[in-house]
Design a protein around this ligand. Structure first.
Ligand SMILES: Cc1cc2nc3c(=O)[nH]c(=O)nc-3n(C[C@H](O)[C@H](O)[C@H](O)COP(=O)(O)OP(=O)(O)OC[C@H]3O[C@@H](n4cnc5c(N)ncnc54)[C@H](O)[C@@H]3O)c2cc1C
Length: 304
């Protein structure tokens, strides 16, 4: 496989795929490197109703596939590999991956973010055995059994609503006394009879034999301890940017997100960033796609 490209794009979510579409259409020799499934986080969304052009909505998986098809049609190359580091050269940048090293004149970083973990006993042991970070992926395994969702933002409430189609009961456990989720999601969840809320409560431990059977909780105001029998626990407490491989190379904000200007330029000439990985990103498929287009347009300007 060719090892030298004009543009290397790291991450195959909406940001990276749109960057790939624009850079390939600009006839720049472009490579997209994705460590998992092309499409990024959106593939886990059962239905996307807010991406323009799809008045009836579209499944996240299909949206990701269509974006990839469109970019590939214009010549974007894709490999499945994990980027482990970037080496800054005078003219070119080295991109180190688990499938060998590549050289690029410009790099667009679009490696998104991943779910935060609770870091409590039992979480790792029961991951895939009742502990999940994706209701869209796993909800169907929890038919007519009680489950818990941890978190209070848009993602957590979306997961709870999806789970309510399968589970016998969905207990949303939130460490505060009100949700952060948008009003429309709050209203939907409050009117869903299968969803109940445990406010000011955190999970201390996940227990069971081979599969999750119960979780241990405590109420943060009075310190009262309790246990809840559930077959599944869906953790949706926020995101962590996938920037570990960039430390010391690019300016990052204290939370690890990349700082960019309006042209999606980072602090290093020739390195651009796009999507959820950027500081102040709205963290939506459409904003990620918009960032990807901007990054590719200014990468082309940089190269010319
Ligand atoms: C359940 C769920 C539902 C959602 N629903 C909606 C919705 O309805 N509407 C909406 O607009 N948005 C929705 N979102 C948010 C949307 O998915 C994200 O905002 C969008 O996917 C961000 O795109 P991105 O390209 O910036 O990053 P991502 O989609 O996170 O893609 C980044 C990609 O980079 C890859 N990667 C990471 N590190 C490396 C590495 N070192 N080497 C190679 N590859 C790497 C990852 O595997 C990933 O595929 C939802 C998200 C979730 C989780």
């Amino acid at each position: 496989m060719n090892k030298e490209y004009e543009v290397v794009i790291i991450g195959g979510g909406p940001a990276g795929l749109t960057a790939g579409l624009y850079s390939s259409r600009a006839r720049l020799n472009s490579l997209l490197i994705e460590k998992g499934m092309v499409g990024g986080q959106i593939v886990t969304a059962e239905r996307v109703d807010n991406y323009p052009g799809f008045p009836e909505g579209i499944s996240g998986f299909e949206l990701g596939q269509l974006m990839h098809q469109q970019a590939t049609k214009y010549g974007l190359k894709t490999i499945i590999a994990e980027v482990t580091g970037i080496e800054l050269g005078e003219e070119q940048k080295g991109v180190q991956t688990t499938e060998g090293n590549f050289v690029a004149k410009a790099v667009i970083i679009a490696s998104g973010s991943e779910r935060l973990k609770l870091g409590i006993p039992g979480e790792e042991k029961f991951t895939g055995k009742g502990v999940s970070y994706c209701a869209t992926c796993d909800a169907a395994f929890f038919r007519e059994v009680p489950v818990a969702v941890v978190g209070g933002g848009d993602a957590a409430i979306t997961e709870a609503l999806h789970l309510a189609k399968f589970a016998s009961k969905v207990m949303v456990i939130h460490r505060r006394d009100q949700l952060r989720a948008s009003r429309i999601l709050q209203e939907k969840s409050f009117s869903e009879p299968k969803i109940e809320f445990l406010w000011n409560t955190v999970v201390d431990q996940i227990e069971g034999e081979d599969l999750v059977e119960r979780i241990k909780l405590h109420e943060v105001k009075m310190g009262e301890k309790s246990a809840l029998n559930v077959a599944g626990i869906f953790i949706s407490i926020g995101l962590k940017p996938n920037t570990d491989y960039l430390k010391g190379i690019l300016p990052l904000d204290p939370a690890g997100y990349i700082i960019t200007n309006d042209k999606m330029e980072t602090g290093v000439p020739g390195i651009f960033a796009a999507g959820d990985i950027c500081h102040d990103s709205a963290r939506q498929a459409i904003t990620a796609a918009g960032d990807g287009a901007t990054a590719a347009i200014y990468a082309e300007e940089f190269l010319s």
